[in-house]
Design a protein around this ligand. Structure first.
Ligand SMILES: NC(=O)c1ccc[n+]([C@@H]2O[C@H](COP(=O)([O-])OP(=O)(O)OC[C@H]3O[C@@H](n4cnc5c(N)ncnc54)[C@H](O)[C@@H]3O)[C@@H](O)[C@H]2O)c1
Length: 323
């Protein structure tokens, strides 16, 4: 298939491009480089620099494509609380532009990067797809609204969609890794300490009702995530899906720091801080549904292999993509 990857110069999108190419698909990357990096674009993919809001440019890029993997979004929870309009405009408004351009071009298959933020405070653990969805921020709300719109495009126009909801993508492939500015994710922040770019890592709260008192979160290796997108895409002929991509168990902040200490050999000093408002003690999702339906089989479930792959990438790219 010829597949357009919206956001294919970003962290997860660039690894998904690698997996699509490995599976024999041809790839068009569409990205405005607001957060992505030109160097992350795979040399075997064609690249269109453009904004999803620019329908003409988008239709040009969609020429001959049969499906879309959609990663392009703003995704900082805190920023979405300060500037909700940015999130509804980019995530929701520009996804509508994408869906309309697809419709115009006769393309009806889409794999959409949603988020576990659609659930808000979990009512059950691990979270399952049928659980209550009450987002606690505009970022999660924007993704939930897109999920609803996809349902209508299926009903009215016969679209097929795979909605994949995940928490924390982590780790790296050999070529592509995490280079966000500002960085908000725990693993790259911890590794910045080991690289000498930060003096310590701040831990927000050690009095949670968890085994070691720190928050437990769900980490998925970015290659496993990317493979799930390709598998979902290839299964889209028959029907639409909504799946969680979770690790099921989760790892505490202290476990992540311990793994990083043992892999980097750096003491990684910690500074304790008080809890952040709105941080639940445990956020983990069950992936039983996608395992059962599509046979998805994550190859890197352990925190050590996730942190190790990230560390190798950061050692080889001390300044990230350096752009
Ligand atoms: N990183 C995570 O842990 C995580 C967890 C859950 C869900 N997600 C979702 O996965 C997707 C990818 O996340 P990521 O961490 O790779 O983010 P990222 O910021 O690295 O990648 C997003 C890419 O989209 C591009 N983009 C944004 N708006 C665009 C627009 N209007 N037109 C064209 N390009 C645009 C950016 O330049 C960037 O390259 C996002 O939709 C995010 O909400 C990420």
């Amino acid at each position: 298939m010829k597949v357009l990857v919206a956001g294919g110069a970003g962290y997860i999108g660039s690894v998904a491009v690698e997996e699509l190419l490995k599976a024999g698909h041809s790839v068009v990357v569409f990205d405005n480089l607001s957060k992505g990096h030109e160097k992350a674009v795979h040399p075997e993919a064609s690249f269109f620099r453009g904004d999803l809001g620019d329908s003409e440019r988008l239709e040009e890029a969609l020429e001959g494509c049969e499906a879309v993997l959609h990663f392009a979004a703003d995704s900082l929870v805190g920023e979405s609380m300060r500037d909700p309009g940015k999130y509804f405009k980019n995530n929701l408004g520009n996804t509508l532009s994408l869906l309309e351009a697809m419709r115009k071009k006769g393309i009806g298959k889409i794999v959409f990067s949603s988020t576990a933020a659609v659930y808000g405070e979990p009512e059950n653990l691990p979270i399952r797809e049928i659980d209550r969805q009450v987002p606690t921020n505009p970022y999660g709300e924007s993704k939930k609204m897109i999920e609803g719109i996809l349902g209508w495009y299926e009903k009215i126009f016969g679209f097929r969609f795979a909605v994949l909801r995940y928490f924390n993508a982590a780790g790296a492939s050999e070529r592509c890794g995490e280079d966000h500015a500002p960085e908000s994710h725990l693993i790259p922040l911890v590794l910045q300490v080991a690289l000498g770019k930060r003096d310590f890592i701040e831990v927000f709260g050690e009095d949670y009702p968890t085994a070691d008192g720190t928050c437990v979160r769900d980490y998925i290796h970015v290659i496993d995530l990317a493979q799930a997108h390709v598998q979902a895409l290839e299964a889209l002929d028959e029907k639409s899906f909504t799946f969680n991509l979770g690790n099921g168990l989760g790892f505490s902040v202290k476990q992540v720091i311990e793994a990083a200490r043992s892999i980097t050999g750096h003491p990684i000093p910690v500074k304790m801080a008080s809890r952040r408002e709105g941080d639940p003690a445990v956020l983990v999702a069950s992936s039983e549904a996608i395992k059962k339906t599509l046979g998805w089989d994550p190859k890197h479930p352990g925190i050590e292999s996730i942190v190790e792959s990230a560390w190798l990438w950061h050692l080889a790219h001390r300044e990230g993509y350096g752009e």
